[in-house]
Structure formats: C-alpha cells, structure tokens
Design a protein around this ligand. Structure first.
Ligand code: HEC
Ligand SMILES: [Cu+2]
Length: 330
C-alpha cells in the first residue's frame, strides 16, 4: 500500500532533481544568449599605423546575435569578416556606418579585416571575434591537415627556390606554357593515372608531372608535355570558385603580387622580400600546390607575406591556389 503512495511522490522528486536543472541549463546556454545578443557594438576603423580597429577583439557565444556597426575615423576602409561567412560589407567612408548582424553556430576564431589598400601596413588591420561555446568550453585546436602532412613529410615551405636565385628576371630563358594548347593535345598522349588524381597533383610540382608524362610518351615534344601538364593542372578548377578567387586576389593580393601575377604590385618595392611572380612559369613549375596553400595560410617568416589562414576557409585557399595556377599556366 505504501508503494502506491510513494510512486507519484518519487516522480515529483525526480522532476525537481533532474528536469528543472536541465531546463535551467537549456535556458542559460541556449535561450538567454539568443535573447540577449551582443551589441550593437561600435567598431572604429583607423589605419594600422594609428591603431587599427577599436576594439581589436570581441567575445561572443555560439548562438548569440552579434551586431557590429563599423565606422571609419580617417579614410575609406573595406570591411570583410571571415572565414566562411561571406561577409564583405564593402567600403566604409568616414561619417557613414555599415552595420552587420552575425550568429555563429560553431566556436572558433573569426577575423574582421580591411580589404582596401589603405596604408603601408594595411594588411595588419585585423580584429578577432572569439566565439565560445559554454556547453563545450574546450578550446578548439586549429590544426590544418595539409600543413601537418607537409611538416610530417619534412617539406620546408620557406625554402628558397633556386630558379629565382639562379635566373634573375629578364635573364631566364622564357618558358611559354599554354594550358589551352594542352587541352587540344591531351587526347594524343598516354596520361598516367597520377596526373588525373588531384591529391597527387597537389603534392607534386608540374615539373614532376612532365617527367611522369615523358616516361609514358617518349616520342612527344617537351613543349607538348609541358602544355598538357599545364592543362591537367588547371582543368579541374570550378569556374565560380575561380572567379570568386579572382576578386579575393584583386582585393588582398594584387597590391604586392600584381594584377597578372608579375610580382609587380604597387607595394612590391616596400616588402622585406620581393613578392613572388606567379607569371614566372619556370619558377611555378617547381612549386607544389600544397606548399602554395601552406604559405598562403601561414604567411612568410619576416618576408612581409601576410598570413591568411584566419581570413579564408581551406576551400577558399585552394581556390586562390587554383587562381595562381591560372596566372602561371594560362
Ligand atoms: C604585403 C605584400 C603581400 C601581399 C599583400 C600578399 N603577398 Fe604573397 N608574398 C609576398 C612576399 C614578399 C612573398 C615572398 C616571400 C615568401 O614566400 O614568404 C610572397 C609569397 C607568396 C607565395 C609563395 C609563392 C612561392 O612560389 O613561394 C604565395 C603562394 C603567395 N604569396 C600568395 C599570396 C596570396 C594568395 C595573397 C593574397 C591573399 C598574397 N600572397 C598577398 C608578399 C605579399
Ligand atoms: Cu586597409
């Protein structure tokens, strides 16, 4: 008899002991942050020499609405936020405000940055949005599998390339390679399966591609082998990704590397080392895509090549690499 009295009582106890704290937790972690967003927060853009963005860092929780109001204290800046948010707000002119509201569904670090060349230190104009998840407070480790594989292989992504050192500009034998011409020739040659494999191509140089192709086509002309290799190196790039990368390049890379990859942008004379000329086919034939990728994401070591890993997604970075190949191999 006492059992039948006890059961509903125990159920109430259980409700109190488990369900209510659980509901409270859900409220605290999910509902409350969503209700109480961060901002609107004023972010003032000033050239890097005078302090860059104020504030320079912002904290927000997963699921929380973040509203930012960008303004400029000096000259026009271009405001974008990445990686992978598709947030390019365009120019912010002094006296005007650009507002954006973001909600993050994953913890991590995001970057707001200027993408208009505004001063010699323009590319240092960056601010950090730190997104945390109170339900999962373990810091996210950002290891890039491509860079980790290069390290494991013992590849030095800062190696100085002998082509540029041995053959200063203008004195090198011009190497005219045409992917377009290669497209017309590709069916006349035996193509080893490696050359059709994107992972092989990304971890080998076009020069290695030519050697492999030569081994199967001993009667072919060297120029034909080079053109077919150039075609195979560039054929897979998706046109939409490539045109998005062209825009990213124009805003972020052109100042140093030049409009057509000549290494002759208007900032080229002011960098610690000369920007690499992607139009130098001879040099690019000795480069691996994964090394280009790693250099873009990590940047140079005191060379003034900025790091872009906090701005672009891995996919956006591969698209930039594809765009660089298109400049090198036409
Ligand atoms: C402030 C000038 C500057 C800007 C802006 C810049 N770079 Fe560079 N970049 C350099 C310099 C200098 C080097 C050569 C030194 C080095 O490799 O660290 C370089 C090297 C590279 C390399 C290595 C190429 C090779 O063959 O070793 C790649 C790839 C590259 N840049 C891509 C980019 C991309 C993509 C962007 C834009 C998202 C960009 N760079 C923006 C200055 C710049
Ligand atoms: Cu700028």
């Amino acid at each position: 008899m006492s059992m039948s009295v006890n059961r509903p009582f125990r159920l109430v106890l259980l409700l109190n002991a488990a369900l209510i704290p659980a509901l409270l937790l859900v409220y605290q972690l999910a509902v409350r942050p969503a209700l109480h967003g961060v901002g609107p927060l004023d972010v003032h853009a000033t050239i890097a020499e005078n302090g860059g963005f104020q504030p320079g860092s912002i904290q927000v929780q997963v699921g929380q609405k973040l509203t930012l109001r960008f303004s400029s204290t000096d000259l026009p800046h271009g405001i974008a936020i990445g990686p992978g948010l598709g947030a390019d707000l365009g120019p912010v002119i002094p006296g005007k405000i650009k507002e954006v509201t973001l909600t993050f569904d994953r913890p991590g670090r995001y970057t707001y940055y200027c993408n208009t060349w505004c001063s010699p230190n323009h590319w240092r104009m960056r601010g950090v949005i730190e997104v945390t998840d109170p339900a999962n407070p373990v810091p996210v480790t950002e290891t890039d599998p491509v860079i980790a594989a290069l390290v494991a292989e013992g590849v030095d992504i800062d190696a100085v390339h002998n082509t540029t050192a041995a053959a200063p500009h203008g004195h090198a034998e011009e190497m005219a390679v045409s992917a377009q011409r290669g497209a017309a020739l590709v069916n006349t040659l035996i193509i080893p399966p490696e050359l059709r494999d994107i992972n092989w191509r990304r971890s080998h140089t076009p020069a290695q591609g030519v050697a492999l192709l030569a081994a199967q086509n001993s009667a072919a002309q060297e120029a034909d082998l080079q053109d077919v290799t150039a075609f195979l190196w560039t054929a897979d790039a998706a046109p939409e990704a490539l045109s998005a990368a062209a825009l990213t390049y124009a805003k972020n890379c052109l100042a140093c590397h030049g409009a057509t990859g000549g290494g002759d942008g208007f900032m080229a004379g002011q960098t610690a080392q000369l920007p690499v000329a992607f139009s130098d086919t001879q040099h690019m034939f000795t480069m691996r895509a994964d090394v280009l990728y790693a250099k873009i994401r990590r940047g140079g070591m005191g060379t003034d090549m900025p790091n872009w890993g906090l701005l672009f997604t891995p996919e956006e970075t591969w698209a930039l690499v594809d765009y660089i190949w298109s400049l090198a191999l036409k």
